[in-house]
Design a protein around this ligand. Structure first.
Ligand code: AMP
Ligand code: GLY
Length: 424
Protein backbone atom coordinates (compact mmCIF):
# COMPACT_ATOMS: atom_id res chain seq x y z
CA UNK A 1 0.00 0.00 0.00
CA UNK A 2 0.98 3.60 -0.54
CA UNK A 3 0.61 5.63 2.64
CA UNK A 4 0.76 9.34 3.40
CA UNK A 5 1.45 10.36 7.00
CA UNK A 6 0.41 13.89 7.96
CA UNK A 7 2.65 15.70 10.46
CA UNK A 8 6.29 16.31 11.18
CA UNK A 9 7.04 15.60 14.83
CA UNK A 10 8.38 12.81 16.99
CA UNK A 11 5.02 11.03 16.98
CA UNK A 12 4.97 10.97 13.19
CA UNK A 13 8.57 9.71 13.09
CA UNK A 14 7.57 6.82 15.37
CA UNK A 15 4.48 6.11 13.23
CA UNK A 16 6.59 6.15 10.04
CA UNK A 17 9.22 3.91 11.65
CA UNK A 18 6.52 1.45 12.74
CA UNK A 19 4.69 1.40 9.39
CA UNK A 20 7.99 1.01 7.52
CA UNK A 21 8.36 -2.42 9.17
CA UNK A 22 5.17 -3.67 7.47
CA UNK A 23 5.68 -5.93 4.46
CA UNK A 24 2.43 -4.50 3.03
CA UNK A 25 3.81 -0.98 2.82
CA UNK A 26 5.09 -0.27 -0.65
CA UNK A 27 5.69 3.47 -0.29
CA UNK A 28 5.61 5.92 2.59
CA UNK A 29 5.19 9.67 2.23
CA UNK A 30 5.12 12.20 5.04
CA UNK A 31 3.95 15.82 4.84
CA UNK A 32 5.83 17.82 5.87
CA UNK A 33 8.05 15.33 7.77
CA UNK A 34 11.46 16.26 9.17
CA UNK A 35 15.13 15.29 8.85
CA UNK A 36 14.67 12.01 10.76
CA UNK A 37 11.45 11.01 9.01
CA UNK A 38 13.29 11.50 5.70
CA UNK A 39 15.29 8.36 6.55
CA UNK A 40 12.15 6.17 6.38
CA UNK A 41 9.70 8.11 4.21
CA UNK A 42 9.70 10.54 1.31
CA UNK A 43 8.99 13.97 2.79
CA UNK A 44 6.59 16.22 0.90
CA UNK A 45 6.86 19.95 1.66
CA UNK A 46 3.15 20.66 2.25
CA UNK A 47 1.99 22.12 5.59
CA UNK A 48 -0.57 20.17 7.64
CA UNK A 49 -3.21 22.89 7.25
CA UNK A 50 -3.14 22.91 3.42
CA UNK A 51 -5.93 20.37 3.04
CA UNK A 52 -6.65 20.90 -0.66
CA UNK A 53 -2.95 20.65 -1.57
CA UNK A 54 -2.56 17.54 0.54
CA UNK A 55 -5.58 15.90 -1.10
CA UNK A 56 -4.29 16.81 -4.59
CA UNK A 57 -0.91 15.34 -3.74
CA UNK A 58 -2.50 12.15 -2.37
CA UNK A 59 -4.45 11.69 -5.60
CA UNK A 60 -1.45 12.32 -7.85
CA UNK A 61 0.74 9.98 -5.82
CA UNK A 62 -1.99 7.28 -5.84
CA UNK A 63 -2.01 7.14 -2.04
CA UNK A 64 -4.21 4.31 -0.66
CA UNK A 65 -4.36 5.48 2.94
CA UNK A 66 -3.67 8.63 4.93
CA UNK A 67 -2.61 8.47 8.60
CA UNK A 68 -3.18 11.81 10.34
CA UNK A 69 -0.85 12.49 13.30
CA UNK A 70 -1.57 15.91 14.87
CA UNK A 71 -4.60 17.40 16.61
CA UNK A 72 -5.01 20.71 14.74
CA UNK A 73 -5.80 19.29 11.30
CA UNK A 74 -8.13 16.66 12.83
CA UNK A 75 -10.06 19.33 14.72
CA UNK A 76 -10.27 21.37 11.50
CA UNK A 77 -11.76 18.45 9.56
CA UNK A 78 -8.89 17.06 7.48
CA UNK A 79 -10.40 13.57 7.53
CA UNK A 80 -13.67 14.91 6.08
CA UNK A 81 -11.69 16.56 3.26
CA UNK A 82 -9.83 13.37 2.36
CA UNK A 83 -12.99 11.28 2.54
CA UNK A 84 -14.80 13.73 0.25
CA UNK A 85 -11.89 13.30 -2.17
CA UNK A 86 -12.34 9.51 -1.99
CA UNK A 87 -9.11 8.86 -0.08
CA UNK A 88 -9.41 6.74 3.07
CA UNK A 89 -7.98 8.56 6.07
CA UNK A 90 -7.30 7.12 9.52
CA UNK A 91 -8.41 9.49 12.26
CA UNK A 92 -11.67 10.91 13.59
CA UNK A 93 -13.77 13.21 11.42
CA UNK A 94 -14.38 16.78 12.53
CA UNK A 95 -17.44 15.94 14.63
CA UNK A 96 -15.63 13.18 16.51
CA UNK A 97 -12.39 15.15 16.91
CA UNK A 98 -14.32 17.69 18.94
CA UNK A 99 -13.68 15.46 21.95
CA UNK A 100 -10.21 17.02 21.94
CA UNK A 101 -10.95 20.29 20.14
CA UNK A 102 -13.41 21.50 22.78
CA UNK A 103 -12.90 20.76 26.46
CA UNK A 104 -16.44 22.02 27.08
CA UNK A 105 -17.86 19.46 24.64
CA UNK A 106 -15.76 16.74 26.28
CA UNK A 107 -16.70 17.64 29.86
CA UNK A 108 -20.42 17.91 29.03
CA UNK A 109 -20.30 14.53 27.27
CA UNK A 110 -18.71 12.92 30.32
CA UNK A 111 -21.26 14.53 32.63
CA UNK A 112 -24.18 13.41 30.45
CA UNK A 113 -22.97 9.79 30.37
CA UNK A 114 -21.80 9.64 34.00
CA UNK A 115 -18.15 9.03 33.14
CA UNK A 116 -15.74 9.89 35.98
CA UNK A 117 -13.97 13.27 35.68
CA UNK A 118 -13.16 16.31 37.82
CA UNK A 119 -16.10 18.47 38.94
CA UNK A 120 -16.29 21.60 36.72
CA UNK A 121 -18.20 24.54 35.33
CA UNK A 122 -17.89 26.20 31.90
CA UNK A 123 -17.91 29.95 31.26
CA UNK A 124 -18.12 32.36 28.36
CA UNK A 125 -18.49 35.45 30.56
CA UNK A 126 -15.42 36.71 32.42
CA UNK A 127 -17.23 38.23 35.41
CA UNK A 128 -19.21 35.05 36.04
CA UNK A 129 -16.07 32.96 35.72
CA UNK A 130 -14.25 35.20 38.18
CA UNK A 131 -17.06 35.04 40.73
CA UNK A 132 -17.12 31.22 40.53
CA UNK A 133 -13.34 30.99 40.69
CA UNK A 134 -13.23 33.01 43.91
CA UNK A 135 -15.48 30.46 45.61
CA UNK A 136 -13.36 27.42 44.72
CA UNK A 137 -10.93 25.63 47.02
CA UNK A 138 -7.25 25.74 46.04
CA UNK A 139 -5.49 24.48 44.04
CA UNK A 140 -7.89 25.04 41.18
CA UNK A 141 -7.53 24.28 37.46
CA UNK A 142 -8.30 26.77 34.68
CA UNK A 143 -8.48 25.48 31.09
CA UNK A 144 -8.93 27.18 27.74
CA UNK A 145 -11.73 25.45 25.80
CA UNK A 146 -9.85 24.99 22.53
CA UNK A 147 -6.49 23.66 21.36
CA UNK A 148 -3.44 25.47 22.72
CA UNK A 149 -0.45 23.24 21.89
CA UNK A 150 -0.68 21.53 25.28
CA UNK A 151 -0.27 24.82 27.12
CA UNK A 152 -3.87 25.90 27.73
CA UNK A 153 -4.10 24.47 31.25
CA UNK A 154 -3.11 26.27 34.46
CA UNK A 155 -3.01 24.42 37.74
CA UNK A 156 -3.09 27.36 40.16
CA UNK A 157 -2.11 27.05 43.81
CA UNK A 158 -3.05 30.65 44.61
CA UNK A 159 -6.08 32.73 43.69
CA UNK A 160 -3.80 35.38 42.12
CA UNK A 161 -2.31 32.80 39.79
CA UNK A 162 -5.76 31.47 38.88
CA UNK A 163 -7.12 34.97 38.20
CA UNK A 164 -4.11 35.85 36.11
CA UNK A 165 -4.61 32.72 33.99
CA UNK A 166 -8.32 33.47 33.60
CA UNK A 167 -7.63 37.11 32.60
CA UNK A 168 -4.96 36.02 30.12
CA UNK A 169 -7.32 33.54 28.47
CA UNK A 170 -10.61 35.44 28.50
CA UNK A 171 -9.49 39.06 28.22
CA UNK A 172 -5.85 38.95 27.09
CA UNK A 173 -6.38 36.51 24.21
CA UNK A 174 -3.16 34.60 24.98
CA UNK A 175 -4.60 31.50 23.30
CA UNK A 176 -6.66 33.41 20.74
CA UNK A 177 -10.20 32.13 20.24
CA UNK A 178 -9.28 28.91 22.11
CA UNK A 179 -9.44 30.83 25.38
CA UNK A 180 -12.61 32.87 24.96
CA UNK A 181 -14.47 30.05 26.71
CA UNK A 182 -13.02 28.31 29.73
CA UNK A 183 -13.50 25.36 32.03
CA UNK A 184 -12.79 25.82 35.74
CA UNK A 185 -12.35 22.49 37.45
CA UNK A 186 -11.54 20.74 40.64
CA UNK A 187 -7.90 19.79 41.26
CA UNK A 188 -7.37 16.03 41.36
CA UNK A 189 -4.47 14.29 43.06
CA UNK A 190 -2.75 11.08 42.08
CA UNK A 191 -0.47 9.48 39.52
CA UNK A 192 -1.22 10.23 35.90
CA UNK A 193 -1.53 7.59 33.22
CA UNK A 194 -2.05 7.82 29.47
CA UNK A 195 -3.97 5.10 27.66
CA UNK A 196 -4.10 5.25 23.88
CA UNK A 197 -6.67 3.01 22.23
CA UNK A 198 -7.52 2.04 18.69
CA UNK A 199 -11.25 2.63 18.22
CA UNK A 200 -13.52 1.73 15.29
CA UNK A 201 -16.73 3.19 16.66
CA UNK A 202 -17.89 0.59 19.21
CA UNK A 203 -14.78 -1.52 19.65
CA UNK A 204 -11.94 -0.25 21.81
CA UNK A 205 -8.53 -1.95 21.77
CA UNK A 206 -6.19 -0.41 24.30
CA UNK A 207 -2.48 0.00 23.78
CA UNK A 208 -0.03 -0.50 26.64
CA UNK A 209 -0.20 2.38 29.16
CA UNK A 210 2.42 5.12 29.39
CA UNK A 211 3.22 8.07 31.63
CA UNK A 212 4.17 11.51 30.38
CA UNK A 213 6.11 14.31 32.13
CA UNK A 214 4.47 17.60 31.20
CA UNK A 215 6.38 20.29 33.14
CA UNK A 216 9.67 21.50 31.69
CA UNK A 217 11.86 21.02 34.78
CA UNK A 218 12.88 18.13 37.04
CA UNK A 219 10.55 17.41 39.92
CA UNK A 220 7.55 18.47 37.79
CA UNK A 221 8.41 22.14 38.21
CA UNK A 222 7.92 24.97 35.74
CA UNK A 223 5.37 25.53 33.01
CA UNK A 224 3.70 22.72 31.08
CA UNK A 225 5.12 21.61 27.75
CA UNK A 226 3.83 19.24 25.07
CA UNK A 227 5.62 16.48 27.06
CA UNK A 228 9.27 16.10 28.11
CA UNK A 229 9.50 12.33 28.37
CA UNK A 230 7.52 9.12 28.69
CA UNK A 231 7.88 5.53 29.73
CA UNK A 232 6.01 2.26 29.37
CA UNK A 233 5.08 -0.03 31.06
CA UNK A 234 4.07 1.42 34.43
CA UNK A 235 5.34 -1.23 36.85
CA UNK A 236 4.01 0.68 39.86
CA UNK A 237 0.42 0.84 38.55
CA UNK A 238 -1.83 -2.11 39.32
CA UNK A 239 -3.11 -3.65 36.05
CA UNK A 240 -6.62 -3.61 37.55
CA UNK A 241 -6.55 0.19 37.20
CA UNK A 242 -5.98 -0.15 33.46
CA UNK A 243 -9.00 -2.47 33.34
CA UNK A 244 -11.01 0.01 35.41
CA UNK A 245 -10.08 2.86 33.04
CA UNK A 246 -11.23 0.83 30.06
CA UNK A 247 -14.47 -0.30 31.64
CA UNK A 248 -15.52 2.94 33.32
CA UNK A 249 -14.02 5.58 31.01
CA UNK A 250 -12.74 4.66 27.56
CA UNK A 251 -15.34 2.10 26.47
CA UNK A 252 -18.30 4.16 27.77
CA UNK A 253 -16.87 7.23 26.01
CA UNK A 254 -16.63 5.39 22.68
CA UNK A 255 -20.24 4.24 23.12
CA UNK A 256 -21.31 7.76 24.10
CA UNK A 257 -19.78 9.13 20.90
CA UNK A 258 -21.77 6.58 18.87
CA UNK A 259 -24.97 7.54 20.74
CA UNK A 260 -24.29 11.21 20.02
CA UNK A 261 -24.02 10.48 16.29
CA UNK A 262 -20.28 11.14 16.33
CA UNK A 263 -18.73 7.67 16.11
CA UNK A 264 -15.02 7.89 16.80
CA UNK A 265 -12.66 6.10 14.44
CA UNK A 266 -8.96 6.48 15.05
CA UNK A 267 -6.84 6.62 18.16
CA UNK A 268 -8.58 7.84 21.30
CA UNK A 269 -6.13 8.95 23.97
CA UNK A 270 -7.32 9.15 27.56
CA UNK A 271 -5.31 11.25 30.01
CA UNK A 272 -6.21 9.77 33.38
CA UNK A 273 -5.66 10.50 37.05
CA UNK A 274 -5.43 7.60 39.50
CA UNK A 275 -7.20 9.40 42.35
CA UNK A 276 -7.97 7.98 45.79
CA UNK A 277 -11.62 7.72 44.65
CA UNK A 278 -10.76 5.74 41.53
CA UNK A 279 -9.62 6.48 37.99
CA UNK A 280 -10.86 9.81 36.60
CA UNK A 281 -10.55 11.50 33.22
CA UNK A 282 -8.22 14.50 32.89
CA UNK A 283 -8.66 14.88 29.16
CA UNK A 284 -9.32 13.13 25.89
CA UNK A 285 -7.21 13.53 22.80
CA UNK A 286 -8.30 12.46 19.33
CA UNK A 287 -4.90 11.17 18.17
CA UNK A 288 -1.78 9.42 19.37
CA UNK A 289 0.16 11.13 22.17
CA UNK A 290 3.47 12.82 21.65
CA UNK A 291 5.78 11.54 23.19
CA UNK A 292 3.64 8.55 24.34
CA UNK A 293 3.74 7.09 20.82
CA UNK A 294 7.55 6.96 20.95
CA UNK A 295 7.44 4.42 23.82
CA UNK A 296 4.23 2.59 22.89
CA UNK A 297 4.89 1.73 19.23
CA UNK A 298 8.34 0.22 19.90
CA UNK A 299 6.53 -2.32 22.12
CA UNK A 300 3.94 -3.20 19.43
CA UNK A 301 4.56 -6.62 17.89
CA UNK A 302 1.54 -6.74 15.59
CA UNK A 303 1.76 -5.02 12.19
CA UNK A 304 0.46 -1.46 12.81
CA UNK A 305 -1.01 -1.33 9.29
CA UNK A 306 -3.18 -4.42 9.96
CA UNK A 307 -4.62 -2.74 13.04
CA UNK A 308 -5.28 0.51 11.20
CA UNK A 309 -7.02 -1.31 8.35
CA UNK A 310 -9.19 -3.23 10.84
CA UNK A 311 -10.13 0.02 12.58
CA UNK A 312 -11.08 1.55 9.22
CA UNK A 313 -13.22 -1.52 8.34
CA UNK A 314 -14.93 -1.74 11.72
CA UNK A 315 -13.35 -5.16 12.39
CA UNK A 316 -11.07 -4.33 15.31
CA UNK A 317 -12.79 -6.94 17.46
CA UNK A 318 -11.40 -9.66 15.19
CA UNK A 319 -7.72 -8.78 15.44
CA UNK A 320 -5.10 -10.02 17.90
CA UNK A 321 -2.76 -7.29 19.12
CA UNK A 322 0.41 -8.34 20.88
CA UNK A 323 2.91 -6.30 22.88
CA UNK A 324 6.44 -7.05 23.98
CA UNK A 325 7.28 -7.19 27.69
CA UNK A 326 10.29 -4.96 27.24
CA UNK A 327 10.34 -1.47 28.71
CA UNK A 328 10.87 1.78 26.80
CA UNK A 329 11.87 5.20 28.13
CA UNK A 330 11.82 8.36 25.98
CA UNK A 331 13.81 11.44 26.96
CA UNK A 332 13.02 14.63 25.05
CA UNK A 333 15.84 16.98 24.11
CA UNK A 334 14.30 20.46 23.80
CA UNK A 335 15.49 23.84 22.56
CA UNK A 336 16.72 26.63 24.81
CA UNK A 337 13.73 28.73 25.92
CA UNK A 338 11.08 26.04 25.29
CA UNK A 339 8.12 26.07 26.11
CA UNK A 340 8.51 29.81 25.46
CA UNK A 341 10.15 31.15 22.31
CA UNK A 342 13.25 29.35 21.11
CA UNK A 343 15.96 29.72 18.47
CA UNK A 344 16.14 27.48 15.40
CA UNK A 345 18.95 26.32 13.14
CA UNK A 346 21.37 25.06 15.78
CA UNK A 347 23.58 22.19 14.61
CA UNK A 348 22.92 18.82 16.27
CA UNK A 349 25.84 16.45 16.85
CA UNK A 350 26.06 12.86 18.07
CA UNK A 351 22.96 11.42 16.36
CA UNK A 352 24.87 8.46 14.91
CA UNK A 353 26.57 7.75 18.26
CA UNK A 354 23.19 7.71 20.01
CA UNK A 355 21.82 5.23 17.47
CA UNK A 356 25.00 3.13 17.68
CA UNK A 357 24.35 2.88 21.44
CA UNK A 358 21.12 1.03 20.54
CA UNK A 359 18.68 3.88 21.11
CA UNK A 360 15.85 4.85 18.79
CA UNK A 361 16.24 8.52 17.97
CA UNK A 362 12.92 10.00 16.88
CA UNK A 363 13.17 13.49 15.44
CA UNK A 364 10.59 15.99 16.68
CA UNK A 365 11.80 19.37 15.45
CA UNK A 366 14.72 19.00 13.05
CA UNK A 367 15.53 20.10 9.53
CA UNK A 368 18.32 19.56 7.03
CA UNK A 369 20.34 22.68 6.32
CA UNK A 370 23.28 22.42 3.89
CA UNK A 371 23.51 18.69 4.58
CA UNK A 372 23.57 19.20 8.33
CA UNK A 373 20.81 18.27 10.81
CA UNK A 374 19.72 21.36 12.76
CA UNK A 375 17.07 22.22 15.33
CA UNK A 376 13.76 23.55 14.01
CA UNK A 377 11.29 23.13 16.86
CA UNK A 378 10.74 23.43 20.61
CA UNK A 379 11.00 19.72 21.15
CA UNK A 380 13.90 18.52 19.00
CA UNK A 381 14.51 14.81 19.60
CA UNK A 382 12.94 11.92 21.49
CA UNK A 383 15.65 9.50 22.52
CA UNK A 384 14.26 6.07 23.37
CA UNK A 385 16.11 3.41 25.35
CA UNK A 386 14.74 -0.11 25.55
CA UNK A 387 15.54 -2.84 28.05
CA UNK A 388 14.27 -5.68 30.23
CA UNK A 389 12.85 -3.23 32.74
CA UNK A 390 12.43 0.52 33.27
CA UNK A 391 15.80 0.85 35.03
CA UNK A 392 17.67 -0.67 32.08
CA UNK A 393 15.67 1.20 29.44
CA UNK A 394 16.17 4.44 31.36
CA UNK A 395 19.92 4.11 31.67
CA UNK A 396 20.15 3.29 27.95
CA UNK A 397 18.06 6.35 27.05
CA UNK A 398 20.24 8.64 29.15
CA UNK A 399 23.48 7.10 27.84
CA UNK A 400 22.34 7.75 24.30
CA UNK A 401 21.12 11.25 25.20
CA UNK A 402 24.57 12.04 26.62
CA UNK A 403 26.03 11.46 23.14
CA UNK A 404 23.75 14.09 21.57
CA UNK A 405 24.28 17.81 21.84
CA UNK A 406 23.23 21.15 20.45
CA UNK A 407 23.64 24.60 21.89
CA UNK A 408 21.15 25.29 24.69
CA UNK A 409 19.81 21.70 24.79
CA UNK A 410 17.42 21.11 27.70
CA UNK A 411 16.44 17.72 29.05
CA UNK A 412 14.86 16.50 32.25
CA UNK A 413 17.09 14.17 34.22
CA UNK A 414 14.28 12.46 36.13
CA UNK A 415 12.18 10.80 33.42
CA UNK A 416 10.69 7.50 34.72
CA UNK A 417 11.98 8.07 38.26
CA UNK A 418 8.42 7.74 39.58
CA UNK A 419 8.43 4.10 38.47
CA UNK A 420 11.79 3.41 40.12
CA UNK A 421 11.00 5.25 43.34
CA UNK A 422 7.89 3.11 43.69
CA UNK A 423 10.35 0.30 44.25
CA UNK A 424 10.00 -1.99 41.24
P1 AMP B 1 -4.35 18.62 29.90
O1 AMP B 1 -3.78 19.47 28.80
O2 AMP B 1 -5.82 18.73 30.09
O3 AMP B 1 -3.83 17.21 29.85
O4 AMP B 1 -3.67 19.18 31.24
C1 AMP B 1 -2.29 19.26 31.36
C2 AMP B 1 -1.86 18.76 32.69
O5 AMP B 1 -2.45 19.56 33.71
C3 AMP B 1 -2.31 17.34 33.01
O6 AMP B 1 -1.45 16.38 32.47
C4 AMP B 1 -2.31 17.37 34.51
O7 AMP B 1 -1.00 17.20 35.01
C5 AMP B 1 -2.73 18.77 34.84
N1 AMP B 1 -4.18 18.79 35.10
C6 AMP B 1 -5.18 19.04 34.23
N2 AMP B 1 -6.37 18.98 34.84
C7 AMP B 1 -6.15 18.68 36.13
C8 AMP B 1 -6.97 18.50 37.28
N3 AMP B 1 -8.31 18.64 37.22
N4 AMP B 1 -6.37 18.20 38.45
C9 AMP B 1 -5.03 18.11 38.53
N5 AMP B 1 -4.19 18.27 37.50
C10 AMP B 1 -4.74 18.56 36.31
N1 GLY C 1 1.85 14.00 25.51
C1 GLY C 1 0.61 14.61 25.63
C2 GLY C 1 -0.04 14.89 24.34
O1 GLY C 1 0.30 14.33 23.31
O2 GLY C 1 -0.96 15.67 24.33
Amino acid sequence: MRILIIGGGGREHAIAWSLAKSAKVEKLYCAPGNAGIAEVAECVPIAVDKFAELADFAKEAAVDLVFVGPDDPLAAGIVDVFEAAGIPAFGPDKKAAEIEGSKIFMKNLLRKYNIPTARYECFTDFEQALAYLRQQPLPVVVKADGLAAGKGVTVASTLEEAEEALRGMMLGGVFGASGSQVVIEEFMTGQEMSILAFVDGETVRAMVPAQDHKPIFDGDLGPNTGGMGTYSPLPHVDPSLVEEALRTIIEPTARAMVSEGRPFRGVLFAGLMLTPEGVKTVEFNARMGDPETQVVLPRLQTDLLDIVLAAMDGTLDGIEISWSDEAAVCVIAASEGYPGTYPKGRAISGLEEAKAAGALVFHAGTALQDGETVTSGGRVLGIVGRGRDIAEARSRAYEAAAAVSFEGMQLRSDIAMKALQAGK
